[in-house]
Design a protein around this ligand. Structure first.
Ligand code: GUN
Length: 336
């Protein structure tokens, strides 16, 4: 009988998701165990079912249903799909949701006026302007026009600032999705090395903010990890080194196959936020992440798929934010 020898033994500090992944048999050939798949689609269904119940209870208490308005400018097919998914999810959980569509000839001034109207509408809890918007407009100006308390995207400077100083705030849904996945899949972050690849203000930055922050702060968002942020000017060999030392890699670059197996510590957790449409050798288009999934899944301990990972959880967390905005606004109006 062939005896299987364990090649690597990890310290008991590592979570159950961080297992040894390579075994070597008595003849010296290696065989692999696949990484645990962190199924964002299933988790999102769970979160949405919880929200559906909570919102039904809220409405049973006599409150009106939470509401969101999604502004969509132009005809980018991906944006239309994303907004459609948000509307479907909102209606599923019991949020009143409408899309406000404009063609790309709308001026910045008209858009800002529309946001002002929605800010003043007491029947609207959440406002979202789907990005990208036409290049003729200032994205920062538009994001800052949304009232911070209705900014369910968490893109307003007040919300970003509050997150940076550990205050309760609206957190960008993608970043919140990543943190919620780490929590619900019980990936230990305390004292661990985490690398965030990508420094965008809407994704990489808020993820790094929460990962490195102290859990003891008021907002309860801290994860107590030691965080390194890498970006396009991080030299490749440095990126490799940082990733090889990481217990957790969060990648959000939109560069397919950026993260290869040789960059991953055996047993590490990889959260793939990238989503890029590629055309395969048969001319068929499909969505891929930043991770070379087939090879990394043989080394990592846990890994999110694309599609079906962070994407569905982002939509679920947007619903969470919208319900939170409705509750905050109710509390605020009760105090006035
Ligand atoms: N475009 C791509 N991701 C997002 C997002 O999370 N929110 C908005 N508003 N637009 C996006």
């Amino acid at each position: 009988m062939r005896q299987i020898l364990r090649l690597r033994v990890f310290s008991s500090l590592l979570t159950s998701t961080m297992r040894s992944h390579t075994y070597i048999d008595s003849l010296g050939s290696a065989s692999s165990i696949m990484a645990r798949v962190l199924d964002g689609k299933a988790l999102a269904a769970e979160v949405k079912n919880e929200l559906k119940l909570e919102i039904a209870n809220w409405v049973n208490l006599g409150h009106r249903a939470p509401s969101i308005r999604c502004i969509l400018v132009g005809d980018d097919p991906a944006s239309h799909t994303y907004v459609n998914n948000k509307i479907i999810a909102a209606r599923f959980v019991g949020i009143d949701a409408e899309v406000i569509k404009h063609d790309s000839s709308i001026t910045e001034e008209q858009l800002l006026r529309e946001i002002e109207t929605l800010n003043a509408d007491s029947n609207v809890d959440g406002i979202l302007v789907q990005l990208p918007i036409p290049e003729t407009m200032s994205e920062r100006k538009v994001c800052n026009a949304v009232a911070p308390e209705k900014d369910v995207d968490g893109f307003h400077i007040v919300n970003i600032g509050q997150l940076c100083v550990d205050m309760p705030t609206m957190v960008p849904a993608t970043a919140l999705a990543v943190i919620e996945m780490l929590k619900r899949f019980k990936i230990e972050t305390f004292g661990r090395n985490a690398v965030v690849v990508g420094r965008s203000k809407n994704v990489g930055l808020p993820i790094a903010m929460m990962l490195h922050s102290d859990k003891k702060h008021d907002n309860g968002l801290g994860m107590d990890a030691t965080v390194t942020i890498c970006h396009r000017y991080t030299p490749k060999e440095k990126l490799d080194n940082f990733c090889q030392n990481a217990d957790i890699i969060i990648t959000a670059t939109g560069v397919p196959k950026l993260i290869k197996a040789n960059m991953v510590k055996p047993g590490a957790t990889i959260i793939d936020v990238g989503i890029t449409k590629v055309t395969d050798e048969n001319g068929k288009s499909r969505l891929v992440g930043d991770v070379d999934y087939d090879e990394v899944s043989k080394v990592a301990g846990a890994l999110t798929p694309v599609p079906g990972g962070v994407g569905p959880m982002t939509v679920a967390m947007l619903m969470h934010n919208t319900f939170q905005a409705a509750k905050n606004l109710r509390t605020k109006s009760a105090l006035q």
